[in-house]
Design a protein around this ligand. Structure first.
Ligand SMILES: *Cc1c(COP(=O)(O)O)cnc(C)c1O
Length: 353
């Protein structure tokens, strides 16, 4: 039986995407070859990666002053690739969780990476407000959605320097003015597809300003010049990414998916708030629409709750090992029916406890 997958990543994708990706493993678009054996330089694959790159910009509403790349090494590689390419004097970082913290630590290996705000002392339960962003920095780095704690920026910090964002867990989940960003990156395995590719969208004019020498694989400009084919991309991961972007466009793009995501999140949060046995982790104002984190009010009820969601065919709602509790990830591909099922399980849990 297919599970209701609430995992934080790798995570659920639309059934159509799974079907098309499975078919392409045997026969990629009628070529008689598998997507994992076809040459990445073949016209069929080049067409896919070009369409995926164009779709990413189209969905984000960005013009050709930006470009989209498919790189490898996950979002974690971008933690160092960003400062490699952009950090000359000093960069500013806002620390809103484990991933934001890791990004800052990597940047500090390359230069001055100042933490200008942090909510670590409050268990990363909220997003810092009214942050004063210095004007003498090369960029400000934020993490738009904090996957582990379940917080998300609902208003971006005011900032006059290039804004760089790790959007791994909320990219393309809501309407957003993407022109506010100079660079965004996202590992694929949350809202974009299979693990093994990282989408980087960069405003071209911010590049080429650092004095350090860049190793080839670290150089955004070289990847741009090579049409995101400097070396062999993960053909399968890029293909799945392409399918997800086509699916997203067919759903009605960011406007439509944003409405659906808001509805799903409201449904689940209202049950968590209503149910006397559960309590939300993140501050209400900063709650993530993608990762819903909560705890039980009475730890003695844990075995009952765990048995109920398992029986219902739910998978992947255990909280991250660093916060405990529960985390239901309800990314773009999560149908509202699965969220309704989880709400039913929570109600049944209350009746039985
Ligand atoms: C999952 C995640 C990462 C790590 O991504 P990898 O692709 O595994 O390197 C980084 N940042 C955020 C916000 C994440 O959710």
């Amino acid at each position: 039986m297919k599970k209701h997958n609430f995992s934080a990543g790798p995570s659920i994708l639309a059934p159509e995407v799974f079907e098309k990706a499975s078919a392409a493993l045997l026969d990629f678009e009628g070529t008689g070859l598998s997507v994992v054996e076809i040459s990445h330089r073949s016209p069929e694959f080049v067409n896919i990666i070009e369409r995926a790159r164009a779709l990413a910009l189209e969905i984000a509403g960005l013009d050709d002053s930006y470009t989209a790349l498919y790189l490898q090494g996950g979002a974690s590689m971008q933690f160092l690739m960003v400062p490699y390419n952009l950090l000359e004097r000093k960069a500013a970082y806002i620390d809103t969780g484990t991933w934001a913290n890791k990004a800052q630590k990597e940047a500090a290996l390359f230069g001055e990476a100042e933490v200008i705000a942090s909510t670590k002392a409050e268990g990363y339960k909220h997003i810092p407000k009214n942050v004063n962003v210095p004007t003498d920095v090369d960029y400000l780095h934020i993490t738009t959605n904090n996957t582990i704690y379940g917080t998300e920026y609902h208003a971006l910090p005011e900032c006059k320097v290039p804004l760089v964002a790790d959007m791994s867990s909320d990219i393309f989940s809501r309407p957003l003015d993407y022109t506010q960003f100079s660079l965004i990156y996202a590992g694929s395995q949350k809202n974009l597809g299979a693990s093994g590719s990282t989408l980087v969208i960069v405003k071209k004019d911010i590049l080429g300003k650092v004095s350090r020498k860049l190793p080839s694989m670290m150089d955004y400009q070289l990847h741009i010049k090579s049409d995101s084919m400097y070396n062999t991309p993960s053909t399968f991961a890029v293909y799945v990414n392409y399918l997800v972007l086509e699916w997203l466009k067919a759903q009605g793009g960011l406007e439509a998916i944003g409405k659906r995501n808001a509805k799903k999140a409201a449904l689940l949060y209202s049950e968590i708030d209503r149910n006397p046995l559960t309590v939300g982790y993140a501050d209400r104002a900063d709650r993530s629409l993608m990762n819903v984190t909560f705890n039980l009010t009475d730890e003695h009820t844990k075995d009952l709750f765990d048995s109920l969601w398992k029986e219902a065919g739910i998978s992947g709602i255990k909280g991250h090992r660093s916060v405990g509790g529960y985390r239901a990830s309800i990314y773009n591909a999560m149908p509202i029916e699965s969220v309704q099922l989880l709400v039913e399980v929570l109600k049944e849990f209350e009746r039985r406890a």
